[in-house]
Design a protein around this ligand. Structure first.
Ligand code: CMC
Length: 428
């Protein structure tokens, strides 16, 4: 295979090296383009054809429906690993030994408190505030209480910042929910596992012993693993680009949370359940909504369908669909929107509009149904996504800083006015 690509422009041929990744993905390295071509740039809205970095964290093949973290198949991780093991391997590159995992968890537990003054910041939010906005703001506010910049060349300082964030983030997420429900804040219980403790912080009642069904924790663990990384998606690219200015870890993650919030990205899980509910309220006529999704004059999109990279199926959606059936069965819940979701999926998979455009259910299509079965309020769905994605964001930020990547600063093609004479306001 060619290891060079040639571009001809203005009668001049310029050669570029072609690089190949460990899974044989190929890319034309255009680092020298502007210099060699006299300032010509490339344009690729939405970066559909542009690789922003080389990364050793996550591999996904959208045509084959493959997703692997650090070389491990998502199917294996979802079935056999727990969230903290997955988080460790994403961030540090290898699955932890039992000792490493124990130390990692102990270090997280030692940091699982936030400054009492953080409660005053939380108090300032109206109850109507969306928890994603609250979480982003509180994550940013953590900087004020941990103002030391991290020396990224020090393994120790990196480790300490990472552990702090993994420890405090679930506290903030749980508190964002409790504030909304006017419930007293809870610090959980450090004798519990990471995910169980998160659940306790969200759901423990002040006057009742905390009890939870193991099926609930297992389902939550699985969902967090499935969301833990997804290479250079919108929020992860945000984290990397903010971090590339040498903004700190917490500031970069706070920006990532905002990016995740949008309905085309993580916010889709909330949008899906709202869409399914609306279809149910409207008599359950899935055909009507399929027609709306296909109508170019109608802004309606089938939420939870389509993906920038997966053009075959989203392996996470497959796992989640089975998990949704399992969890609802184990908890004895019948949710009519699960049937509506399955009906929509069946129709879409045989509809030429969806088939031709390779639109399949994505990770968000069934996840909301499980979250709801677990008693998680709809507005918290995207927060759950953020909790899962946190290790991925951290791993990507760490990799970007360790590889000493340059500041992210794309080019543009200017299409505005040419030089104009300035007229004083009295003459306009
Ligand atoms: N319903 C109806 N039509 C769709 C949908 C949809 N959900 N998704 C894409 N299309 C159509 C789109 O109109 C376009 O049609 P045409 O070629 O006739 O103009 C074609 O499919 C290609 O779509 P696109 O918007 O150019 O594709 P994209 O790669 O820019 O967008 C996407 C990917 C995920 C933003 C989009 O599929 C979408 O909006 N899906 C619904 C929102 C959603 O579920 N988001 C969660 C994504 S997975 C988790 C995550 O990343 O957080």
């Amino acid at each position: 295979m060619a290891d060079k690509a040639t571009l001809t422009i203005d009668g001049q041929s310029i050669e570029f090296p072609v690089i190949t990744g460990s899974e044989n993905e190929r890319a034309i390295n255009i680092k020298t383009l502007r210099g060699a071509s006299g300032g010509v740039t490339t344009i690729d809205p939405g970066y559909k054809n542009t690789g922003s970095c080389e990364s050793a964290i996550t591999f996904l093949d959208g045509e084959k429906g493959i997703l692997r973290y650090r070389g491990y198949a998502i199917e294996d991780l979802a079935e056999k690993a727990d969230f903290l093991e997955v988080a460790y391997s994403l961030i540090f590159g290898e699955l932890p030994t039992a000792d490493q995992l124990e130390k990692f968890h102990a270090d997280i537990k030692a940091e699982s408190h936030v400054d009492e003054d953080m409660k005053k910041i939380l108090d300032g939010f109206p109850k109507s505030a969306h928890p994603m906005g609250v979480l982003s703001a509180l994550t940013s506010a953590l900087i004020a209480f941990n103002p030391n910049t991290v020396n990224v060349d020090s393994e120790e300082e990196m480790y300490s910042a990472i552990v702090k964030l993994l420890a405090k983030f679930p506290v903030l997420a749980a508190w964002a929910m409790r504030k909304k429900k006017s419930q007293p804040l809870d610090y959980g219980d450090n004798s519990l596992g990471y995910v169980e403790n998160l659940h306790k912080m969200m759901f423990a009642k002040p006057n009742e012993e905390y009890k939870v069904d193991r099926a609930v924790i297992d389902a939550l663990d699985k969902l967090l693993i499935l969301h833990a990384d997804h290479e250079q998606n919108c929020s992860t690219s945000t984290v990397r680009i903010v971090g590339s200015s040498h903004a700190g870890l917490f500031a970069s993650i706070s920006a990532g949370i905002s990016a995740l919030w949008g309905p085309l990205h993580g916010g889709a899980n909330q949008a899906v359940i709202e869409m399914l509910e609306a279809i149910k309220e409207d008599g359950g006529d899935t055909k009507k909504y399929m027609a709306k999704a296909k109508d170019k004059a109608d802004p309606f999109r089938l939420m939870g369908f389509g993906h920038r990279v997966y053009k075959n199926f989203d392996p996470r959606a497959r796992i989640i669909k089975v998990a949704a059936d399992d969890v609802l069965g184990q908890l004895g819940i019948e949710d009519p929107v699960l049937e509506i979701a399955k009906g929509l999926e069946k129709e879409a998979l045989s509809d030429p509009y969806f088939v031709d455009r390779k639109l399949y259910p994505n990770v968000d299509f069934y996840s909301g149904i499980i979250y709801r079965a677990l008693g998680i309020p709809v507005e918290m769905f995207t927060v759950m996504f953020a909790l899962g994605r946190l290790p991925g964001w951290i791993a990507q930020w760490k990799e970007m800083r360790e590889r000493k990547e340059p500041i992210g600063r794309p080019r543009q093609i200017y299409i505005g006015e040419n030089l104009r004479d300035f007229k004083a306001v009295s003459d306009r």
